[in-house]
Ligand binder design. Sequence first.
Ligand SMILES: Cc1cc2nc3c(=O)[nH]c(=O)nc-3n(C[C@H](O)[C@H](O)[C@H](O)COP(=O)(O)OP(=O)(O)OC[C@H]3O[C@@H](n4cnc5c(N)ncnc54)[C@H](O)[C@@H]3O)c2cc1C
Length: 335
Amino acid sequence: MQVRRDVRLAELTTLRVGGPVERLVEVTDAEELVAAVREADEAGRPLLVLGGGSNIVAPDDGWPGDVVAVRSRGIDRDGSQLVVAAGHDWDELVAYTVAHDLAGVEALSGIPGSTGATPVQNVGAYGQEVAQTITAVRVYDRAEKSERTLSPQECGFAYRDSRLKRNPSRFVVLDVTFVLDESPLSRPVGYAELARTLGVELGESAPLADVREAVIALRRGKGMVLDADDPDSRSAGSFFTNPIVPSERAVAGCPSWPAGDGQVKLSAAWLVQHAGFGRGTRQGNVGTSSRHSLALTTAPGATAAELLDFAGRIVATVQGEFGVTLEREPTAVRP
Ligand SMILES: Cc1cc2nc3c(=O)[nH]c(=O)nc-3n(C[C@H](O)[C@H](O)[C@H](O)COP(=O)(O)OP(=O)(O)OC[C@H]3O[C@@H](n4cnc5c(N)ncnc54)[C@H](O)[C@@H]3O)c2cc1C
């Protein structure tokens, strides 16, 4: 376990905002992770558990306590089941599954961050989400001060949400179990743009490697793959989730998808764009990506306050124009 005191949150997060960290504790296995969390809790120091920092807006004032950076690694395979350490890089895991003919997460290629963070917001893209393949999440429960294993039902997965996200200071993910299909072919392709790119019909399969390549190319075209040379990837991915509203409140002209129970999911990108915040809209050091109106990006010198102010303007304008409330996807963490 290594402790450092010379780090700013801006260096640990993909939006590159956030002030100094009082103590950065880097842990390399589950035992160290539990020990670091227990130590912070017993000392009463504010605790932030951090993976790749790709889904948080970090405070400008920094963190007056412990930031525990999860750097554990490892994939333990037993047939179609993989138990993966929380700190394992997510995209490395996806590459491993594709190389070993394991289907189920191929459409989630190119998403930054750690495996342990994927159940937190039920990471999803291009027609797949991790709730479809996760069978167990081993956690340290800070309320009970003990380790336990959560079933998918106990995780309460929903669209870009879970019980872990709803109780941010309770559960620390130690490892995640996935059960995949032993197949060189993908699960049925569930996203029209991806199906078109692959030249297959919706619901058909394609070779895993082709799906991975197509998804990464589509993502790269939208600035949705982390790349130090791509200013559009200085983001947290999509900044707002697609709002789910009763179908009678669908917005004329806005693309929508059935969301069950008489509800529809509206395109947040369309709402943001049609509220006057199209691609490349700038406000000081922040703005919308030049290739995707849903990704908010920062330029050097940006602050979290500036970013949240801009996001607030978007929310208020969308609310005023369309009567729909946008919800933020990344967590604005606070001590
Ligand atoms: C360019 C780009 C593209 C993206 N595209 C997508 C996408 O297509 N789909 C999607 O769903 N997301 C996307 N994201 C968001 C992000 O990559 C994912 O949410 C990812 O899972 C976050 O992982 P992380 O390790 O970086 O989490 P962090 O940002 O480090 O943490 C996010 C939250 O999870 C908590 N957390 C982290 N690790 C643990 C742990 N071990 N135990 C308990 N809590 C923990 C943190 O406290 C924080 O609240 C994108 C982000 C970027 C920058």
